[in-house]
Design a protein around this ligand. Structure first.
Ligand SMILES: Cc1ncc(C[n+]2csc(CCOP(=O)(O)OP(=O)(O)O)c2C)c(N)n1
Ligand SMILES: [Mg+2]
Length: 327
């Protein structure tokens, strides 16, 4: 669909929802309310939102260890996600998964994943299921630049291409793999160039420019729905915070982070785009930011009021048990 004012406004609001969710999750981690590790997505919102704005509820996505943005952009409940981070029974995985396993199977969000490249196989498998069923759904796989160096990436792209599966592979190249700059370990600059090895189109785009993300993925998704096979998209992006909580960020300078925050912020760039077209005025902008903040405050209250899972639930939903799989 052509980008309209209505779609742009929804994307703008969604990016603010993710930004505020994450900053609050970060604050709650420092207060001790969040259980387990937390990887912040701030700065990369344009990728999740630009891609997911093209998806239907029954399309599939798989995520990474940095997936709050993917789930929120696909429509997952913010209340259930915050409760999951707090380890509460009302969380999206009943409080047993935490930040790295947020999911919502009712929206075909197959889940975040703590294993680097762990989502690429399942996303390709979802593509195979779609092909077998003969529907026009698509499967979108989000993964990092580091994941493109792992075996599952190469195996999955080979199969996806061979069987012309309806999968869109979206690499979020934020230029770092934990504390390692991509340029110090990668033998080629652009992840998109690897599409050629598997005979699929590879496109490199500015992930901070949500309009470019929206239009590129719209075309790749249309191609997948028509049965023409996968596309590999590399979205060049940047994370504003450290790899995870506690990262002292000794591998990059403050100036670099400030430059991305001030010159390449996806929210500010979309705002400028909309203001130029008179799609957004100051009052609407303020109202959307307030709405996003209110949703986050409501999610925190929901998480705080929710109970922890009972001890009796510890083995519920656990598939491997000593008696051979009878949880
Ligand atoms: C198989 C595997 N190896 C190593 C790790 C430890 N680890 C966690 S995140 C990460 C870097 C991932 O980099 P990238 O794919 O670029 O994602 P980003 O964190 O930049 O979003 C590593 C090595 C892991 N979780 N899984
Ligand atoms: Mg990375």
């Amino acid at each position: 669909m052509t980008l309209t004012a209505e779609i742009a406004k929804k994307m703008y609001l969604d990016m603010w929802r993710i930004r505020h969710f994450e900053e609050e999750a970060n604050r709650q981690t420092s207060l001790g309310s969040v259980q387990g590790a937390l990887h912040m997505y701030c700065g990369e919102e344009g990728v999740a939102v630009g891609v997911c704005s093209n998806l239907r509820d029954n399309d599939y996505i798989t995520g990474t260890h940095r997936s709050h943005g993917h789930c929120l952009a696909k429509g997952a409940s913010m209340d259930a996600m915050m409760a999951e981070l707090f380890g509460k029974a009302t969380g999206s995985c009943s409080g047993k998964g935490g930040s790295m396993h947020v999911a919502d199977l009712s929206l075909n969000i197959l889940g975040a994943n703590g294993i680097v490249a762990g989502g690429i196989g399942p996303a390709t498998g979802a593509g195979l299921a779609i092909k077998i069923r003969g529907t026009d759904q698509v499967s979108v796989c989000f993964f990092g630049d580091g994941a493109s160096a792992r075996g599952p990436f190469h195996e999955a792209l080979q199969m996806g291409s061979l069987w012309k599966l309806p999968v869109v592979y979206v690499c979020e190249n934020n230029q770092y793999q934990q504390w390692v700059p991509r340029k110090s370990v990668a033998v080629i600059d652009s992840v998109a160039d690897m599409g050629a090895s598997y005979n699929i189109p590879g496109v490199s785009i500015d992930g901070q420019n949500i309009v470019e993300v929206y239009e590129t993925t719209r075309d790749a998704i249309a191609r997948a729905r028509k049965g023409e096979g996968p596309t590999l998209i590399e979205a060049r992006t940047y994370r504003y915070y450290g790899h995870s909580i506690g990262d002292r960020e000794e591998y990059r300078g403050r100036e670099e982070v400030d430059e991305w925050r001030t010159k390449h912020d996806p929210i500010a760039l979309l705002k400028a785009y909309m203001v130029e077209r008179q799609w957004l005025d100051e009052d609407e902008d303020q109202a959307m930011q307030t709405a996003a903040r209110d949703q986050v405050a409501k999610a925190v209250a929901f998480a705080e009021e929710s109970p922890y899972p009972p001890t009796a639930a510890a083995l519920r939903d656990v598939l491997a048990t000593s008696d051979g799989g009878q949880p």
